[in-house]
Design a binder for this molecule. Structure first.
Ligand code: HEM
Length: 346
């Protein structure tokens, strides 16, 4: 029987999809339509993020703790032969960004975050490119359906306030593809600061050149600052906001810089599976330097109302067939819609 909730979910999915099509970031293909019908709705997905971390009105439902940053991207022209995006022509283009840690609690101690993130909104000749990147090059799951299951397995038990270890273990056993994410964390602990981490697109995209020739790519932002692992302090006395504090100190001395590195897939490399790395010998080019010059509070800074929807792409960059991308776009819009209609309580 169709009830009100089902209708609301169906309406949200349809509205998100129509919005993406109207914005020119998606076209309907039978393949996408089948995937969309099978995928959880944005409402379900965001409800589940809330179930894991509790509602924190006014804040992002994931990556809730963060800081706004501003600067520019200095393009060197190296990527222009592969993508007609205006941003790849040599020049300097304005950037609004956000550095954050994963999770839905905006007051969490930075020491608990095992994943850092960098999101960017870049504008060149009126073309907008939004990208949100994580400090681990793979994602734990391949599809939105399995992400929903992972979130369901992570909802804290009412008695203990923590996820039930047996549910978490059962999920891991049913989804061995999550192992790559855990392995990466073991070998590469999170960076000591925001400024010395590498941030990865994780999902694949397609570059289109002026002639319509396509290349499948992933990208990363690689820091000029030397990576050092986060040091775990045994007492609870560490600064809970050490990441934004140390970034502010660094920016007092000099801008913070990362190189935008484009990695090209070869035939057989998966474009629709964010749990799998590509071989390390793939061709890479350095497309230019991201220069961050200032930071602002996320409570009233320029990144506050932005959702860094990964499907807002300029001509010359297109989505791949990765099933996570459409689900991300819809969930970010839903999360933004909720937080902009709430007052903050923290
Ligand atoms: C189906 C898969 C995913 C879902 C449902 C999801 C969900 C979300 C949601 C709800 C937000 C908050 C958005 C906002 O309020 O503006 C968010 C933020 C974010 N997500 Fe995802 N996410 C997914 C996959 C990924 C992947 C694969 C990456 C890897 C790069 C990623 C990176 C980020 C980053 C960096 C942010 C913070 C952006 C900001 O600073 O505003 N997410 N995600």
């Amino acid at each position: 029987m169709i009830n009100n909730k089902t209708l609301r979910i169906a309406a949200t999915v349809l509205a998100s999809f129509i919005l993406l099509i109207c914005c020119g970031v998606a076209v309907i293909s039978p393949d996408w339509a089948i995937r969309l019908a099978a995928a959880p709705s944005a409402t379900q997905m965001v409800d589940e993020f809330e179930a894991v971390s509790g509602p924190h009105p006014g804040f992002r439902r994931n990556h809730a703790k963060g800081v706004c940053v501003s600067g520019h991207f200095e393009s060197n022209g190296n990527a222009a032969p592969f993508s007609k995006a205006a941003l790849f022509k040599p020049g300097s283009y304005p950037v609004i960004g956000r550095l954050s840690i994963v999770g839905g609690d905006p007051a969490v101690n930075d020491a608990r975050g095992n994943l850092r993130s960098l999101a960017l909104l870049m504008v060149a000749d009126g073309q907008v490119w939004k990208t949100s990147m994580n400090s681990i090059p793979v994602f734990p799951v391949r599809t939105p359906e399995v992400l929903l299951k992972q979130l369901q397995a992570s909802v804290p038990d009412k008695a203990t306030g923590r996820p039930d270890p047996s549910r978490v273990q059962a999920f891991r056993e049913q989804h061995p593809e999550t192992q790559g994410f855990r392995d990466w964390l073991t070998v590469t602990p999170p960076s000591s600061g925001y400024d010395n981490g590498t941030y990865y697109s994780v999902n694949a995209f397609r570059f289109l050149d002026e002639q319509g020739q396509a290349s499948t790519v992933r990208w990363s932002m690689e820091p000029e600052a030397m990576y050092a692992p986060q040091v775990h302090e045994s007492s609870g006395g560490s600064d809970p906001d050490r990441l934004s504090f140390s970034l502010a100190k660094r920016l007092q001395q000099a801008p913070v810089r990362w190189h935008l590195v484009i990695t090209f897939a070869e035939p057989g490399d998966p474009s629709n599976d964010a749990t799998r790395l590509w071989p390390t010998d793939r061709r890479r080019i350095d497309a230019g330097v991201l220069v961050i010059t200032s930071h602002q509070s996320q409570v009233d800074g320029p990144c506050r109302d932005v959702d860094f929807n990964p499907l807002v792409l300029p001509p010359g960059i297109e989505p791949s067939d990765d099933p996570l991308l459409m689900a991300r776009a819809a969930a970010y819009a839903e999360s933004r819609n909720r937080r902009l209609h709430e007052s903050r309580t923290q």
